[in-house]
Design a binder for this molecule. Sequence first.
Ligand code: FES
Length: 175
Amino acid sequence: MVGESLRAEDIKQGEYIWSRRDFFSLSGWLGILAVSGIWGASLIRFMFPRVLFEPSPVFKAGYSNDYSVGEVSEKFKATQRVWIVRDEDGLYALSAICTHLGCTPRWLTAENKFKCPCHGSGFTKEGINFEGPAPRPLERLKITLAEDGQLLIDKGKKYLYEKGEWGKPGSILKA
Ligand code: FES
């Protein structure tokens, strides 16, 4: 009774804010709310895993008659790091990644070779390493025809000279 009259008196005087029970009750609910919030946020985050969406390794490279015999086309070097080469046997796609440490070589028309600016490796037009520290030839990439007749290059499928894969279907397109 004495406590109640004190409380009523406090309220009347505007000095009473919360009882200890109210305070702990509110704290409890806030705690539950915080834990639920964290748990909910974790659940939502779990539904969106950290996945890196990389661009497709496949691209179209125009029509075979866009390329003339003897030509090393640099049309896709900047965007795809690929050269398209046409010789008497057909078309092949060379990866423009040096097999030494991964720099991008240059095609030197006058010298009829690829030359890496980093440590001086040289490759023939076919991609064979013949000077500098590169330990193996450039890699060829899968080249086929798309349904619409365009060249289809798949950078995900590689053909290695040292494994005898340059003669395999897909390593060269007879055209
Ligand atoms: S990265 Fe090409 S020669 Fe070293």
